[in-house]
Design a protein around this ligand. Structure first.
Ligand code: DX5
Ligand code: ZN
Length: 218
């Protein structure tokens, strides 16, 4: 069964939505960190998440859209974090991946829509997750980029041919309709669609049902 990671980037009341996500059937809380350099906007919910760390029991899936992520790796390693993902477009990736691993946290590489998958090749033996961006990083609520479907297949083939155990995650523009097309994806990140109604469990279950029904699981 595919896992669901809920992004609160487009939330209008972050604290309230974090409580809701925490009480929901979601598997992870997806934390989007933006540095104002790798992407235009700035956003870092670290302080709020540490303040709420006694009440939040879901594990965090941290997505660092950060040109120099060392500090944030250290910060988020202190929370209940399962994955820390940095962008494959950065330099000195080994340094970041090693630090994440030293903390005993699973490490991921995110890849932008315009970036070729060959950029991942040198790191495949090191990483636990590939986060495929299905929108340009930087804000929530954008439409899903169709070409991503081909990219998922190529990445899946690469993982299988090298007998690796890397999970595939997809991030951006996912709703119940897009979910029907997400074969070979292990973790689905969705934000604005899930948070758009009062009953977030209903939306999560729709994505889960559509993603798993009549489709190949990885
Ligand atoms: C985009 C972020 C995503 C995004 C997901 O830069 O990484 O996590 O906000 O939200 P929706 O589902 O609104 O695209
Ligand atoms: Zn994200």
């Amino acid at each position: 069964m595919k896992k669901i990671s809920v992004s609160f980037l487009s939330s209008h009341n972050v604290q309230k939505d974090l409580v809701k996500i925490n009480q929901s059937t979601a598997d992870y809380i997806h934390v989007d960190v933006m540095d104002g350099r790798f992407v235009k906007k700035k956003n870092n919910p670290f302080k709020l998440l540490s303040k709420m760390s006694n009440t939040i029991n879901k594990r965090l899936d941290v997505h660092l859209m950060d040109k120099n992520p060392l500090k944030n790796i250290n910060y988020y390693a202190s929370l209940n974090t399962e994955y820390i993902t940095v962008h494959a477009e950065l330099e000195k990736l080994d340094k970041y991946l090693n630090l994440i691993k030293e903390y005993g946290i699973k490490c991921g590489l995110a890849i932008n829509p315009e970036t070729d998958i060959s950029i991942l090749i040198p790191y495949l033996s090191k990483i636990d997750l590939i986060l495929i961006m299905s929108v340009n990083p930087g804000r929530g609520g954008q439409p899903f980029i169709d070409d991503t479907i081909k990219k998922i297949l190529k990445i899946k083939k690469m993982i299988v041919s090298q007998k690796l155990k890397i999970k595939i995650s997809i991030d951006g523009g996912i709703n119940d309709e897009v979910a029907k097309r997400l074969d070979f994806v292990d973790i689905i990140v969705s934000g604005s669609y899930i948070l758009s109604g009062e009953d977030i469990d209903e939306k999560i279950e729709l994505i889960r049902k559509n993603a798993d029904k009549n489709h190949l699981n990885s």
